[in-house]
Design a protein around this ligand. Structure first.
Ligand SMILES: N[C@@H](CCC(=O)N[C@@H](CS)C(=O)NCC(=O)O)C(=O)O
Length: 205
């Protein structure tokens, strides 16, 4: 029996991060595709599952799950080895777990908040009428934060340490998103994205 149903779009979106996690964890899943251009995420049937009308949304065991990172944490917690986060048995668990939470928190606050507003301005036709100059301010904030995030790759292969983790799934999405917006990425970040995309369980379209 297929236990996990993932709602995603017909076009690539953040839902692909959950597909990647499902594949890294070796879980059987099915997908249901919504056409965002036809606003299928706003249909009464879908809003009954996720009242915020967004993907990724997952159903499992008769329950609904939303928010990409929280869904990935949930899936990881169900796996006996919890391979996408540090293990309590690891040496220096507290420090490793701090590092994972630190890099994710930095990405969400110092990068993604600006990336999201930039997307509204550049891709969604200045949805919400952001004042003139906002895009430039977003880019400045992103360019101030990017070197910090990429410096974590100076001495380690993965963004939060020497092991692949859910932070890599998150940053792969974030860096690709920046690329899509035309923000130039440091060479290190480009090489990192390429390395991660070559993983066996990376979703191939
Ligand atoms: N914080 C949410 C964001 C979800 C989100 O913004 N999803 C976008 C696709 S990447 C969406 O469904 N947007 C449709 C809409 O706003 O109508 C998460 O990480 O899952």
């Amino acid at each position: 029996m297929i236990g996990y149903t993932l709602y995603k779009y017909t076009h690539p979106s953040r839902a692909e991060t959950v597909v990647w996690a499902l594949q890294e964890l070796g879980l059987d899943y099915e997908t249901k595709e919504l056409n965002a251009y036809k606003f299928e995420q706003r249909s009464p049937e879908f809003l009954a599952i996720n009242p915020f009308g967004k993907v990724p949304t997952m159903t499992h065991d008769g329950k609904h799950f939303t928010e990409s990172l929280a869904i990935i944490e949930y899936l990881n917690d169900l796996h006996p080895d919890r391979p996408l986060t540090p293990s309590h048995n690891d040496d220096n668990y507290a420090e490793k777990n701090y590092k994972l939470r630190q890099v994710i928190s930095f990405g969400m606050i110092e990068l993604e908040s600006y990336v999201w507003i930039l997307t509204k301005i550049k891709v969604l036709d200045n949805y919400e009428n952001w004042p003139e100059g906002t895009a430039e301010k977003c880019i400045t904030n992103i360019q101030n934060a990017l070197p910090i995030a990429t410096s974590w790759l100076d001495s380690q292969e993965y963004i939060a340490g020497d092991r692949f983790s859910l932070a890599d799934i998150y940053y792969h999405h974030l860096f690709n998103w920046l690329k899509m917006l035309g923000v130039s990425l440091p060479e290190q970040a480009k090489a990192y994205v390429k390395r991660l995309s070559a993983r066996e369980n990376f979703p191939k379209k």
